[in-house]
Design a protein around this ligand. Structure first.
Ligand code: WT7
Length: 678
């Protein structure tokens, strides 16, 4: 594209108003999203990248012509197998798919041991604590730490297939613990440190974990998060499966000790050998379970495989992050409690032998310049974060980033929710010095790997679009009948038409729920992502929000029903409905409409109950699920058949005019109550 053309496009956009990203009813909406700016990869980036347009085109062609051959060749090339596989994909038991099934490997061997010959002294992890403590861990040291902890887990009775729940701060030991599980074939389930004791207990129960690995505390936003205390609460009167709790001393805060059950990490590893033979695992053996919210019921334990999952992280580290292990410092800010922290902290960067950075704390400690200072101090080349963080830091002003030298950066990434063009432009200009491609990566806990994202040396980007599906990812947008939508800019269901190696294998212990959630709508060969999306004239994909009752708060997935169940479990609540409300930093925030038992507190008199309910939700689920706004009403608006009128509630939450028939309501007054006007 020549310069004039480009400038024209820029001019065009000046006339456009901000893009609107909305939760819409699927299919019928013709989107008003308009974003025509196109950013070509910078010249310097292109000339240094091993990937060019021709190489990419042949990848797509190969995937199109010989799908199994495409993934099979990559798996043979990129994974160190103990025993090679003979069959790539088995679809005979669809929608339960298996990949590389008769192959054998060990994931931790692939992430650590295979780099030791050439990179034993290379830094694997750069760690920075919130209070400024730093650590540099080489691949050689990583091997020793992981092996010692793997031996310690074994000594505590953990064997192949056993579950280990990890509830840790963002510190290297969290990665050691995950890798140690992989080494001995135990299945880890990391629970985000921001989840409450109650939520932790639910996950421990569901996995029937034998061991919980935690820390006395972690530093976050200037405070100590008391993780061990939450574990004690979670285990009180339930979770009988748990035999041992291994506790890392991170903060030296006081903890209550249960003799016989609790054991300090440093004592557990004290006499352990620094070698631990990796357990030979089958390709399909589960590597981990990670819980995520859906529109119904309790959070689902998403079960991932060993080989297919590993391949997904490796390929996307190369394709999307263009990783050059020789000189990159790769920093993904996600917590290991989320899938991003699995694929792009604990596994991907190590599997390709890169140097990665981990930061323990909040982006605003001691001030909003912390991320930028870390980038300068450690010469970070690749930075991957969430739109909510970008928006929050943008709001703090340009002074913070301008204080630091960010010229080491060569690639920026975003994940978790659609990024608004304003935040994209700021990221591009102020952080990337107009010189770093931005990879907007669409994927999910279930997909295991980036699915729709630019190839930074090839794909021109548009602010707000995750661009095109990666090679070998057969994404499509379909209508209610499952027919592909060919017209541009028509919204529809985002689906994946073929199984891919890193996909979830099932919902832990619940195949029926797996089939029902992901394959019931369009049959066994179409995975339903749960997102609404459209493709523009150039074939670029734009994610338009969830089609189900799932909220995306600061890039975190929250089921409305989960929060509703938490609320109605409160003795003063009769009924509750949760909807999302647009929020300029979080993307969406939680809004609750509550019918209290007994008399409805009038406005002004309701602050105490609001506080009580907010704290209650934080206790039941975690602070991220706390409603920002709670409104009380005598009733919830329902249709004649008794369904809560959620669209109406969403309109109220957005402060929009109500264009729905409310004649079924017994009491028209409740609209005013819901609007906070009565
Ligand atoms: C949901 C998945 C995958 C890691 C983080 C979230 C939304 C994710 C994007 C993006 C627009 C996105 C989708 C998706 N989402 N990435 N780049 N653009 N939306 O994982 O908790 O499993 O949530 O996050 O709605 O379905 P998750």
């Amino acid at each position: 594209m020549n310069l004039i053309h480009f400038l024209n496009k820029m001019l065009q956009i000046c006339n456009q108003i901000t893009q609107e990203l909305f939760m819409s009813e699927v299919n019928t909406i013709e989107s008003t999203l308009q974003e025509n700016r196109l950013f070509e990869p910078s010249k310097g980036f292109v000339s240094n990248s091993p990937m060019n347009a021709d190489a990419l085109a042949s990848l797509y062609q190969k995937a199109e012509e010989d799908y199994e051959g495409f993934w099979g060749d990559l798996a043979r090339k990129e994974i160190a197998w103990v025993k090679p596989f003979t069959k790539t994909l088995d679809e005979s038991n669809a929608p339960k798919f298996t990949w590389f099934e008769d192959g054998e490997l060990n994931v931790s061997y692939n992430c650590i041991d295979r780099h030791l010959v050439s990179s034993q002294h290379k830094t694997a992890i750069i760690f920075e604590g919130e209070r400024g403590d730093t650590r540099y861990i080489t691949y050689g040291e990583l091997a020793e730490e992981v092996n010692k902890f793997a031996n310690a887990l074994r000594a505590q009775g953990v064997g192949k297939g056993d579950r280990v729940v990890i509830y840790m701060p963002m510190i290297p030991e969290a990665v050691f613990a995950m890798q140690a599980c992989a080494r001995i074939g135990a299945i880890h389930s990391v629970v985000f440190g921001g989840f409450s004791a109650e939520a932790l207990g639910d996950r421990i129960e569901d996995t029937q974990a034998k061991v919980v690995v935690t820390a006395d505390g972690g530093y976050r936003a200037g405070r100590i998060v008391k993780l061990k205390e939450n574990v004690d609460k979670a285990l009180a009167n339930r979770c009988d499966s748990v035999k041992k709790v291994i506790v890392l001393n991170r903060t030296d805060n006081d903890v209550i000790w249960q003799e016989g059950r609790d054991i300090w990490w440093h004592e557990a590893v004290a006499n352990m050998p620094t070698e631990c033979k990796p357990m030979v695992m089958k390709a399909e053996d589960p590597l981990f379970i990670l819980y995520t919210s859906g529109s119904t019921g309790k959070p689902k334990g998403i079960q991932h495989s060993s080989a297919g999952y590993l391949l997904g992280s490796i390929m996307t580290m190369k394709w999307v992050f263009d990783v050059r292990p020789e000189h990159d410092i790769y920093w993904c800010t996600a917590d290991v409690g989320w899938i991003t922290g699995h694929s792009y902290v604990a596994y991907g960067p190590l599997a390709v032998g890169a140097t990665m950075l981990m930061y323990e704390g909040a982006p605003t400690v001691p001030d909003a310049g912390r991320f930028w200072k870390i980038i300068e101090d450690h010469k970070v080349t690749t930075f991957y974060t969430a739109p909510t963080a970008i928006r929050a830091l943008m709001k703090s002003g340009d002074d913070y980033p301008n204080r630091y030298d960010l010229s080491s950066l060569r690639l920026l990434g975003t994940v978790g929710e659609p990024i608004n063009p304003e935040a994209w432009m700021w990221y591009h200009n102020v952080i990337g010095y107009e010189n770093c491609p931005i990879v907007d990566t669409w994927w999910q806990t279930e997909t295991g790997m980036n699915m729709i994202a630019p190839i930074p040396s090839v794909t021109p980007t548009k602010p707000g679009s995750c661009t095109r599906p990666l090679p070998g990812i057969m994404a499509a947008i379909v209508d209610e009948e499952g027919h592909e939508i060919t017209q541009p800019n028509q919204g529809g269901y985002l689906v994946i038409k073929k199984p891919w190696p890193a996909m979830l294998r099932t919902v832990w212990g619940d195949d029926a729920r797996y089939k029902e959630t992901y394959f019931s709508l369009f049959g066994n060969d179409m995975y339903i992502a749960g997102d609404n999306a459209r493709r523009d004239e150039d074939g670029y994909i734009w994610i338009m929000g969830r089609v189900d009752d799932v909220l995306n708060v600061s890039g975190h997935r929250l089921g409305t029903m989960e929060i509703e169940s938490a609320l109605v479990a409160h003795p003063k609540v009769a009924e509750a409905a949760i909807v999302g409300r647009p929020h300029d930093i979080k993307g969406e925030s939680v809004m609750a409409f509550v019918v209290p038992k007994g008399n409805r507190p009038v406005q002004g008199d309701d602050t105490q109950l609001i506080q009580e309910l907010r704290d209650w939700v934080a206790d039941q689920i975690g602070p991220i699920a706390k409603p920002d706004v709670i409104r009380f009403s005598d009733n919830l608006p329902k249709t004649r058949s008794g369904k809560i009128m959620r669209r109406l509630l969403r309109q109220i939450a957005k402060g929009e005019a109500i264009n729905q028939d409310t004649s079924t309501l017994e009491n028209e007054d409740i609209i005013k109550q819901l609007q906070g006007k009565a």
